[in-house]
Design a protein around this ligand. Structure first.
Ligand SMILES: Cc1ncc(COP(=O)(O)O)c(C=O)c1O
Length: 384
């Protein structure tokens, strides 16, 4: 079996599995906010995890606020910035390739009077930095926040977040980047990033689903959306998911140890793409010209339906998706691909192959063989 949907949800990292097996047996289990000694032990462990995550990601431990994952993190950052904005700052600058959590947060505040401006996307799937610069400079004094992701979940295309961050700092505008698909898949240092807020989701990095955190440059700017007993310094109520938090620390520790393999993985991906293109010269690699995550490739053979390819691959025990889990059931070209100007003959045909840092060349070779046989079979049938 080859599982190639890590951008959807990563299986538990092997070191997380080992950790959990041991932990299940030995405990301890207690509320980390309790004042008895077991509670204190839990709190000590949780704070150690905070320090471990912070260290790997170049943040201070007080900048990490644990939560349930990125959708919650995104909602809280929007709430914090938009509900406290000054009257004259009414604009959100974003892009057309954001995850639904960002799209819906923007729509929510648009219904409440905010103006949402979208920077254009190039045909390579990158936010157009010239267009963004103009939008920002023309509107800097009225902009409450910029929200542009670091890497796209469908295409794996890395966005010009470093330039965006610098421009935001120069213009005194808050920058929040949805880093869900970036952090844990490539190197990242929060302090150096210049971002005001970033988010992490445990199930994208091999930790337990339902765990995650916000990294905030100034945590005092956050407002809670979950009220409770003062946990996370009053910024996120509710008993912390301490086992999930422990798995985050284990997963980031494992990432730190294996990140040297990323450049090798990127070269396997290039070989894989070249091999498929050699067999099918009209195959399209989405975002081919752009800088992309080493772990992601999105590919289409015009006229061949992505879902048919997915089913063919599944019959060979290879699990891919057609775009993202959120748009998999839509028979249409996804909004991300539309923003890149991709037409339906390609857009309906895409499959996304997303692996992890420790994936090997063998996996790519097996997927390439299966994909080539699926294309050979399906291109003889008129799909649409
Ligand atoms: C780019 C991006 N942002 C946000 C999310 C939401 O993450 P979570 O599942 O942790 O809520 C996802 C998950 O697919 C994502 O890919």
């Amino acid at each position: 079996m080859i599982y190639a949907d890590y951008n959807g949800s990563a299986p538990l990292h092997p070191s997380v599995k080992d950790y959990l097996c041991d932990r299940k047996q030995n405990g301890p289990y207690a509320n980390p906010n309790a004042i008895h000694s077991i509670g204190k032990k839990m709190l000590f462990g949780m704070e150690k995890c905070r320090r471990m995550c912070a260290k790997v990601l170049g943040a201070k431990s007080n900048q990490i606020i644990f939560n349930s994952g990125s959708s919650e993190g995104i909602s809280q950052v929007f709430h914090s910035v938009m509900s406290e904005r000054q009257d004259n700052k009414n604009i959100i600058i974003t892009s057309r390739i954001e995850h639904s959590a960002v799209v819906k947060a923007c729509a929510y505040y648009a219904e409440r009077g905010a103006e949402v401006l979208h920077a254009k996307t190039t045909t390579s799937g990158v936010v157009d930095i010239e267009d963004f610069t103009k939008l920002l400079k023309d509107n800097a004094d009225k902009t409450a926040m910029v929200c542009i992701m670091a890497a796209n979940n469908e295409s794996g295309v890395i966005q010009p977040w470093k330039e965006i961050s610098k421009l935001c700092q120069e213009n005194g505008v808050t920058y929040f980047s949805d880093t869900t698909q970036y952090i844990g898949k490539t190197e990242f240092n929060f302090e150096e990033s210049g971002m005001d807020y970033a988010v992490v989701s445990g199930h994208k990095v091999g930790a337990l689903v339902g765990s995650g955190f916000i990294i905030a440059k100034d945590p005092a700017t956050l407002k809670p959306i979950v009220f409770g007993g003062g946990q996370e310094k009053g910024l996120r109520g509710g008993t912390q998911n301490y086992i999930g938090i422990e798995t985050l620390a284990v997963a980031f520790d494992a990432f730190e140890k294996s990140k040297d393999q990323l450049s090798e993985l990127a070269s396997y991906r290039v070989e894989f793409e070249q091999e498929v293109k050699k067999a099918f010269p009209n195959a399209v690699i989405i975002g081919e010209e752009a800088d992309r995550l080493a772990t992601t490739t999105m590919i289409a053979l015009p006229g061949v339906h992505g879902q048919a390819v997915q089913i063919e691959l599944e019959s060979q025990n290879i699990f891919v998706t057609t775009s993202s889990a959120c748009s998999d059931n839509e028979p249409e070209t996804s909004k991300v691909l539309k923003a890149m100007g991709i037409k339906d003959d390609v857009g309906r045909g895409v499959v996304r192959i997303s692996l992890c840092c420790g994936a090997c060349n063998e996996d790519y070779k097996k997927i390439a063989d299966a994909l080539k046989s699926a294309y050979a079979k399906l291109s003889g049938i008129s799909n649409y």
